[in-house]
Structures are given as C-alpha cells and as structure tokens.
Design a protein around this ligand. Structure first.
Ligand code: VGL
Ligand code: ZN
Length: 197
C-alpha cells in the first residue's frame, strides 16, 4: 500500500491529433491500464490551463516553441493546450480512470506553468500532492505518462528531491524531444537519483 502509480497527463491534447501531440502518446495507454492493479494507489495528473495562460505562445503573440524569461526562469511557449473543460484536456478515452484514488490538476495559475505534479514552475508553490502522499504513508512512486522530457521529468526529479523512491518506466512514457530535451531530462533524472528503466 506504500507504492503508488503516478500517471502523468495522459490527455487528448498530448496524443496524436491533439494540440500538443506527443508522437505515439496514445501507444502507452493499454500498458498503463494493465499496470494499475499492481499498485496500492493510482494517482492521475491532468494539465489544466485557463484560456490565455502565460505558457501559451498565443498569449504573448509569439511563435510556438520559442522561449521567454518569466519571473521564475525561462519558459517554453506552447500551442494552446489542455484548456479547462475542453475535450483536449480530457483523459484519453481508453485510459482507465476508475482505479484513480486521486486526480491532481496543475497549471491552473494563469501566471505560472506547472510541469511537475508537486510544484509549479517557480519550484516553490506546492500542488498538495506531497501532503496527500505523506498522509497516506506512500513512500515509493512509479511514474508513467506524457511527456517524458517535461511533466514526467519535472515530477520525477521533484519527488526524488522530496525523498520518495522514484522509478520512471520509459516504455510507458513518450517524449516531445525538443532541442535535446529528452537527453537532458534523462541525465537530470539520473542525477537526481530517479531509477530510469
Ligand atoms: C506538458 C508542456 C506543457 C507535459 C504540459 O505534460 O509534459 N508539456 N504542458
Ligand atoms: Zn501545459
């Protein structure tokens, strides 16, 4: 009961046909579903932005995938995606959400992006997930989902820094892989003590 499965952002907009499609993003869904029964808890995250979010290129009249300086550091500007209540923000239709004990939404603060399931991109504003895990005595996390190099990476590194035992199942993740981001993410996760398998 101390080992939880954290399923990151398996949402329509990150799957083929979506606004920020990750190549083969939908190919991991069946494998994730099959894994759920092995865990004492299943937790889902859901990227959940208001329209006009500060991480959207359109908000800044800038080109998608350009980078700007935000008060909390550099920020990639994304196509509009995962807008609260939209079809794109819904979980992939085949994802088994029934087993989920907890769904944690993130990215709802208009001024700050939130890749990590634990902290917004200022690295200080908590989402509440740490408290949830600690009060349930969960110490060990297996992470799967989208995208390897952004939300999975940030979530895994934060969890390891917080003292959780973290494994990332690369076979059940898919990456955006923009400008070397996947290699950098794997190096960063390894450096933080995440077990990348
Ligand atoms: C993500 C970019 C923007 C992710 C979310 O889930 O990895 N990436 N928002
Ligand atoms: Zn997002």
């Amino acid at each position: 009961m101390t080992h939880a499965l954290l399923v990151i952002d398996v949402q329509n907009d990150f799957c083929p046909g979506g606004a920020l499609a990750v190549p083969e993003g939908d190919a991991i869904v069946a494998g994730i579903n099959a894994l759920m029964d092995d865990f004492g808890a299943v937790i889902l995250t859901q990227d959940w932005h208001p329209a006009g979010h500060s991480s959207f290129a359109s908000t800044h009249k800038a080109a998608p995938m350009s980078i700007i300086d935000m008060p909390y550091g550099p920020q990639v500007l994304w196509p509009d995606h995962c807008i609260q209540g939209s079809t794109g923000a819904q979980f992939h239709a085949d994802l088994n959400t029934t087993r989920a004990a907890m769904i944690i939404r993130k990215g709802y603060n208009p001024a700050i992006d939130s890749y990590s399931a634990f902290f917004e991109n200022d690295h200080t504003t908590p989402t509440g997930l740490e408290g949830y895990l600690r009060t349930r005595a969960i110490t060990t996390l297996t992470m799967v989902g989208l995208a390897t190099d952004f939300c999975v990476n940030y979530s895994a590194v934060d969890a390891a820094k917080l003292g959780f035992d973290v494994t990332v199942r690369m076979d059940l993740c898919r990456a955006i892989d923009f400008d070397g981001s996947l290699d950098a993410a794997v190096a960063g996760m390894n450096g933080a003590g995440v077990v990348v398998v």
